[in-house]
Design a protein around this ligand. Sequence first.
Ligand code: PNS
Length: 162
Amino acid sequence: MSCNKMLYAGTFDPITNGHLDVIKRASSLSDELVIGVLENNEKTPLFSVEERIDMIGQITSGMANVKVISFSGLLAHYVNENGITAVVRGLRAAMDFDYEIKMAQLNARLYKGNVETIFLMTDPANSFISSSLIKEVFRLGGDIKGFVPDVVAEFMDMKGRV
Ligand code: PNS
């Protein structure tokens, strides 16, 4: 299957091994995979957009069809204005599904043209990983190796356990 230009959008604060697994699989399903880092989330992020893009850029530098951008405002506007043909989301558990189906169906009403949402089931090895839990484990002195790419662990060490 080829989905031409796929978007994988998220907060990525920070990118985890769960995200990376989705990126690898989505990149093999698309001609071009755009990773969209949301700029203006209501939550205050640990990492700036520039830091998140830097980390993701380093991690995906060997993937020829992957590019990293930031976006603000509605995801559907980015999709409509940039020729995106499919949006990919990772699904971990039933709780994700409840949120994701609403978002996918609402976005579908905002897309102009035929844009599919594609859900990739998380590898069970990563099903418990989330950016927020990683930050909590790190803040409280736990070892986050194995949950995030090495470059993320380095960035987190630089931030310190604030
Ligand atoms: O990694 P996340 O936080 O689960 O990603 C959520 C994201 C960024 C995909 C979602 O919050 C989003 O698309 N935000 C942009 C604003 C928007 O389009 N909101 C309407 C969603 S129906």
